[in-house]
Design a protein around this ligand. Structure first.
Ligand code: AR6
Length: 332
């Protein structure tokens, strides 16, 4: 999956490059900078001394020394001064410059901390949004696996309003699993079997019924992969547009494309439904092809429903919310 949010200490990440939230001297400091220098050893500082500092919004690269990564990219974020002093542009520039350096050095995996969101005081929810937006823009044009590493719970906040809206939605919709008694289930099934045919015959003309039956029969054997490819065509998307929007990597998509019976994980299947901007019913149909359903006794599912019902199909925003509620993320 091209962009992942993980909770970890960045000095432990086994990636090609980690990004340091440095200052313009590049000679070390507190926060993540201090941890990176401690873990890398004194040779890192020695190399940093040769670089002649770095402007705010820019980045420079060194080796990783004792760290488990090959490179450290030292990015200098802006200090927060209320938001009216070009802070956002400088922060965006930090991510862009770091990603460009990673690309020049053929890095396939890169991990970022939330630059500027500690000692430099950039509001954490806004810092996260800048990180997600800038990295996902880059990933539309480039193949790389990028991690945003969140150090502690407090360092991570989605907007309060979004959080409380989702919490309320979960509250309203959450159904404890297995609360139905056997007799309640039986009577519900009876009601359904009595109601369904009547509703169907009122709702459809005979011709429409025949046509939808034809459609249904022709699609009955359609596999997940076939349905996915059909829907991509119907939406007029290219494969790449779809898997990038789904936050799925190209290799996994090729596997799905070439294996008619490929069985994706549930988060992968949902990621494609989101990328295709399917309404709830079609999302359920696609999931069913992979053997899954959306349930009201599962917070993950309810959060997905929340976003689909609002027509909000930004996978990175959905992942932010899933992360905030301690749920697994969408994508591969
Ligand atoms: N792994 C991942 N994230 C971390 C770690 C870690 N080990 N440690 C802290 N963070 P900060 P800034 C998070 O203060 O705001 C230094 O003195 C932390 O929770 O490290 O860009 C430099 O030399 C926060 O969310 O960097 C500069 O002078 C994020 O990393 C100044 O601080 C960034 O916090 C830079 O300040």
């Amino acid at each position: 999956m091209p962009l992942q949010i993980v909770r970890n200490d960045i000095t432990k990440m086994k990636v090609d490059a980690i990004v340091n939230a440095a200052n313009s001297s590049l000679l070390g400091g507190g926060g993540v900078d201090g941890s990176i220098h401690r873990a890398a050893g004194p040779q890192l500082l020695a190399e940093c001394r040769t670089l002649g500092g770095c402007e705010t919004g820019d980045a420079k690269i060194t080796k990783g020394y004792n760290l488990p990564c090959r490179y450290v990219i030292h990015a200098v974020g802006p200090q927060w001064r209320g938001g009216g002093h070009g802070e956002r542009e400088k922060l965006v520039s930090c991510y862009r410059r770091s990603l460009a350096l990673a690309k020049e050095h053929h890095c396939e995996t890169v991990a970022f901390p939330l630059i500027s969101s500690g000692i430099y005081g950039y509001p954490k929810d806004q810092a996260l949004k800048v990180a997600i937006d800038t990295i996902s823009d880059f990933l539309l044009e480039n193949d790389m696996l990028v991690y945003i590493v969140i150090f502690d719970r407090k360092a991570y906040q989605i907007g309060e309003k979004l959080f409380s809206d989702i919490a309320a939605y979960i509250d309203d919709n959450y159904v404890e699993a297995h609360t139905d008694s056997y007799s309640a289930q039986l009577s519900r099934m009876k009601m359904l079997s009595q109601e369904a045919p009547a509703q169907v015959s009122y709702a459809m003309s005979a011709a429409a019924k025949a046509k939808s039956l034809d459609d249904a029969l022709s699609q009955i054997d359609e596999s997940f992969s076939e349905m996915l490819l059909r829907k991509i065509d119907e939406k007029g998307m290219t494969d790449a547009q779809c898997y990038k929007k789904a936050n799925i990597d190209r290799k996994l998509f090729s596997k799905i494309r070439s294996d008619r019976l490929y069985k994706p994980s549930k988060p992968t299947a949902i990621a494609f439904a989101i990328a295709l901007e399917l309404p709830l019913e079609e999302t359920r149909d696609l999931l069913q092809k992979a053997g899954f359903a959306l349930s009201r006794s599962n917070k993950f599912d309810i959060i997905i429903e929340y976003f689909i019902e609002r027509g909000d199909y930004n996978i990175f925003e959905i992942n932010e919310a899933l992360f905030a509620f301690d749920q697994s993320l969408l994508g591969a």
